[in-house]
Ligand binder design. Sequence first.
Ligand SMILES: [Zn+2]
Length: 171
Amino acid sequence: MKKSFHYCPNCGTADITFDFRKFVCHSCEMVYYQNVATATAVILRRNDEILFTVRNKEPEFGKLDLPGGFTDTDETAEQTCQRELKEELGIEIPLENFTYLLSQPNNYEYKTIPYKTCDLIYEAVFPTDKDFVIEEEEIQDVKWMKLNEIDLNQIGFVSLRKAVEYYIKNH
Ligand SMILES: [Zn+2]
């Protein structure tokens, strides 16, 4: 079942509108915005290859993904990149090694609730002396793929598909 708001969380009336981005109560005049969330993704480069993760959870289970995730409160996007690479792959990369490339809007449905994100895409060179420690709850596997052998249709999220397409064209 699609979940949504049916009652005002402040006064309990059903006299509300929720148009996805904005919740309005017509009784107590509460207004609440569901703003676009910031998320990051990192193109990890090693020679002529980039690293993909294989998703181990919904949405886009089994599809190719880039390491990254939602930006926490009071965090910079570069810190998100650094933290997510540590959490997902067990590798540490200095903040100054993340180079911003472009942004892409995305849809992210989690447990039937749709979210809108703005994905900030970064590039970083893979430190060759590091081994992966994969976060198995989120990631099934990692795959290095040569730029000229990447099948964009295997990439789950449309934002990342477009970002990788842009990256291939410009590198
Ligand atoms: Zn209300």
